[in-house]
Design a protein around this ligand. Structure first.
Ligand SMILES: [Zn+2]
Length: 280
């Protein structure tokens, strides 16, 4: 009697983990996205129907990160990959390897219809671009899962409304900023689209993908001329890289994350950070 009970208990314990990761999860469409804010957009539109895998993990530099072997399992399970399509280094180095791992996978270009300015791959940092990306994501999901087209469309409409509210929030903040005060200084030039959308001017220490060269002197003079005493850096920047600039400019380092996990919250944080410096 006792041993039979024990056996039943053991079987139950052994089966339990299997039932926990059972049908609910395997029913979901596995889809890939390149960076966190873009993965959030896919999640917002795909809702409970999708499992979104981000290719550049949190805290990694998308300009240097290389695809890991451990990511190949998820790649092979994926139904679709929503690429940025804006020339980001990770996609330039890894897209062909990802495609080779899963020939059946759909590839959707989320930057379709967006004008790439000056080879700048950071398209998601413009809210106008984000709206186009969300629409492209919605179209892609409807294509691979047409049974749920209405669901994706209603998620898409709701999310686009939220992005419009974000746009209003940002415009409100920068509306009427004095012309002399519209400059901000970043280490890495990720905020070009953001700046041009809201009438601001981005000064950058680094040129796209390159270390600061002779232009550094000019940038520092320009920053001084605008009373800038800080520099925005990405969370993953090696602090030793910014040290020279910091000492030459007497600048304070402020962390600004261009790859937020939540797109809308992250864009608000970026707005508040920049606005605070412009206003001071
Ligand atoms: Zn970047």
């Amino acid at each position: 009697m006792k041993s039979r009970l024990l056996r039943a208990f053991l079987i139950l314990v052994l089966l339990l983990p299997l039932s926990c990761v059972g049908p609910a999860q395997s029913d979901r469409l596995v889809v890939l996205a390149t960076v966190l804010p873009q993965a959030d957009m896919v999640r917002q539109v795909g809702g409970d129907n999708v499992e979104v895998i981000v290719m550049v993990p949190p805290g990694q530099d998308p300009h240097t990160y290389q695809l890991g072997i451990s990511q190949m399992v998820k790649v092979s399970q994926a139904k679709a990959y929503f690429i940025l399509g804006s020339g980001l280094d990770f996609e330039r180095t890894s897209l062909e390897k990802i495609k080779a791992q899963n020939r059946e996978m759909f590839i959707f270009n989320t930057s379709e219809g967006i004008e790439i300015e000056g080879n700048d791959p950071h398209i998601w940092l413009s809210v106008t671009n984000a709206k186009v990306m969300v629409q492209n994501i919605c179209d892609g999901l409807k294509k691979i899962d047409s049974d749920n087209a209405d669901y994706y469309q209603s998620n898409c409409d709701r999310y686009l409304d939220e992005i419009q509210t974000l746009d209003d929030y940002i415009r409100d903040k920068f509306d009427g900023v004095d012309e002399n005060k519209q400059y901000f200084l970043v280490y890495h030039p990720a905020l070009g689209y953001f700046a041009s959308e809201y009438g601001l001017t981005q000064l950058a220490i680094e040129e796209e993908g390159k270390d600061p060269g002779f232009d550094r002197v000019r940038i520092i003079e320009e920053a001084r001329a605008h009373d800038i005493d800080y520099v925005f850096v990405e969370p993953w920047l090696d602090p030793s890289k910014a040290r020279v600039i910091v000492s030459e400019l007497g600048a304070e380092i402020k962390v600004l994350d261009p790859l937020p996990e939540s797109y809308i919250e992250g864009m608000k944080d970026i707005t508040d950070l920049i606005h605070e410096e412009l206003a001071s």
